[in-house]
Design a protein around this ligand. Structure first.
Ligand code: GLN
Length: 234
């Protein structure tokens, strides 16, 4: 993988490192030339311009947020202007309303229904053009995904599918019910990085990174024997 230059080297985006697809997001950020930082405790939030809450399991994530007393900290940094992107379980955590459940962070005015397509076996892939994000179709990976059933008046719908919303945003928060970090497409990460006010180099692929492989993220994984990202499994 080639090294990319980022124009604003002080800007960092955090990835909430409690559970779920942490490394896949770190890998996508690196491909955009962005400093990605694992975020686990209060000190890690200092000077973050953005935070990604990855997909995973929202009940588990919510309990871990309680265990590490991070809910109020995330709300506080959001009030101070930190942008947040929630993918799938991350979107569930950010919703103001969750069907039949108490909300978790309640930071964006959407109503969301967990596991809305059925079981894990009802996971699927699709693609769609999201005009605000890219001209080319974006691959969409839905894994036991939720559906956004309602959006508030300050929320802009970015992608509407068969009777539900799959991507939306307000001034501070972006939510997607699918997983761009599980494909080679960088378009949504680029979109979020720009929402955070960070400029990426023009040398970076606009849509697909041809060097991305499904196991690329393993360079960040602790199963490689160390939390050091230079410790490569392959
Ligand atoms: N079904 C999960 C939940 O409700 C979300 C799945 C995902 O993040 N891919 O938390």
């Amino acid at each position: 993988m080639s090294l990319h230059l980022v124009k604003d080297t002080s800007a960092a985006i955090g990835v909430l490192d409690l559970q779920g697809g942490v490394y896949e997001h770190l890998d996508h950020l690196e491909r955009l030339g962005i400093t990605g930082r694992r975020v686990k405790k209060e000190e890690d939030f200092a000077a973050l311009t953005g935070l990604i809450i990855p997909g995973g399991e929202s009940t588990c994530l919510s309990r871990l947020l309680d265990t590490f007393a991070l809910k109020e900290i995330i709300r506080k940094y959001c009030r101070r202007g930190m942008k947040i992107w929630g993918t799938c379980a991350g979107a569930i955590l950010l919703a103001k309303k969750i069907v039949n459940e108490e909300p978790c962070l309640g930071l964006i005015d959407i109503e969301i229904e967990r596991n809305s397509f059925g079981s894990q076996l009802d996971s699927f892939v699709a693609e769609a053009v999201v005009p605000e994000v890219a001209d080319e179709p974006i691959p969409l990976t839905f894994i036991r995904a939720p559906k956004i059933l309602r959006t508030g008046k300050n929320v802009k719908i970015l992608l509407e599918m068969d009777g539900y919303v799959a991507a939306a945003e307000d001034e501070n928060i972006l939510v997607t019910v699918f997983h761009p970090e599980l494909t080679g497409c960088l378009a949504l990460h680029r979109y979020f990085v720009q929402k955070c006010g960070i400029l990426t180099s023009e040398n970076i692929p606009q849509g697909f990174d041809p060097f991305w492989k499904s196991h690329s993220w393993t360079q960040f994984s602790r199963i490689a024997g160390s939390a050091d990202k230079n410790s490569k499994l392959f």
